[in-house]
Design a protein around this ligand. Sequence first.
Ligand code: DGJ
Length: 334
Amino acid sequence: MKDKTNACFTGSKFFLCIVAIIAMLTSAIAQKKINPGEVWPDDKGNHIQAHGGGIVKIDKYYYWYGEERRQGMDTGLRYVSCYRSSDLTNWKFMGDALQLPDPEHLGSHWVLERPKVYFNRKTKTYVMYFHLDDARYKLARVGIATSDRPEGPFLYRESFRPLEKESRDIGQFIDDDGTAYLVFESRPTKGFSIAKLSDDYLKVEKEVCLINAPLEGGAIVHYKGLYYAIGSALTGWNPNPNKYATATSLEGPWTEFKDIAAPETKTYGSQSTMMLKVEGTKNTTVIFMADQWKPKTQWDSRYLWMPLQIGDGRLWLPEPKPWSIDIKTGNVQF
Ligand code: DGJ
């Protein structure tokens, strides 16, 4: 033991010891578990600000974009944050990917919600969609911003109603063949629309299906030959029992919507924003990503991420508890 200690202080071994100590300290600091509903610190120790968000994987990194609602921001601007991770558990804050002044003269309480970013491999462009609205949610458009870097800065391009329809909450779905879709909620028709994006992702090209259900917070996953769609009821910031339906093709027909958790839990106080599929060497895990909103203290809103019990047409959100994922194998541990 004494010899080993002495070795630490001689020549190049001293350097190796320092490296080992730093590695030990770093892994002690690194977050090991995902703790649903708890404060989720980023690499600087600040609660992650990526509400109503979405994740895209580009090569070895996951990028998480969302509504940046930290305190002390310029109230005239709206912000979209970008975080990066290689394990889905420890997230590095990459900065505000978008800082946007009121782009369509909507007034001081204008709304930017639920940003989602797609990476177009052909044009090498990162394309951000978001829900753009006035304070009364009457504009009902999507906004688009683009960047040539994942962390931005993204530049605003335009806003429009996709396929001339009102669009409020949006969701992102990329199928296994790489085709990109926008999911949007259109209120007069009480519809959950699944629409294909154009090749450059800058236009909403055509509606693939309008599921005739009054749902928002839309999310879709393609798992073992079946499509699963999740949405929440329209109850503002208040939680409600989220529901799911399945179909063998995106065009439908879709089954009736059923509860994803015991209805009295109101989805454990959360609202869906995305389902993320992690295909590992041993398992494919589908993560339910949701927000636990705190409308009066939005910066403190929490995230409920849990691996779903999914397969053979059934989907169930288990009671939240701390868990971890090995993104190489796809295995989950509690
Ligand atoms: C529910 C939506 O899902 C949220 O994104 C937000 O628009 C609130 N409604 C506003 O009440």
